[in-house]
Design a protein around this ligand. Structure first.
Ligand SMILES: [Zn+2]
Length: 108
């Protein structure tokens, strides 16, 4: 999956289309991401004790990674992600629009 924690993304499909947010959790096994403030659902909770009072709360749910695009930190546009492998066997993500490096290079 080409998305990582703390990436800024824009939603390109679904009920939150066009909204932007930051990834707060990634689920590689199901190819889903949790984005702050995106894909909110209201849940009706029953009162369990005085500390957990119940009521209607808004929760974020994970959405498919294919429904978001990475926002490039350099050109601030929604972009696809490429990978670059350096001569020293390090790998980083690259913006396909402006060709800038997105992450610090890391060992493969
Ligand atoms: Zn860019």
């Amino acid at each position: 999956m080409k998305l990582k924690l703390n990436d800024q993304v824009i939603v390109i499909s679904g009920k939150d289309k066009g909204k932007k947010g930051k990834i707060t959790h990634v689920y590689p096994k199901t190819a889903r991401v949790l984005v702050g403030g995106i894909n909110q659902y209201r849940r009706h909770l029953k009162k369990r004790s005085d500390k957990t009072p119940g009521g209607i709360v808004s929760l974020e749910r994970p959405l498919p990674a294919a429904n978001v695009m990475l926002l490039c930190p350099h050109c601030h546009k929604p972009t696809r992600v490429g990978y670059v492998i350096t001569k020293t066997a390090e790998k980083y993500r690259r913006c396909r629009l402006c060709d800038q490096q997105i992450d610090p290079a890391a060992k493969v």
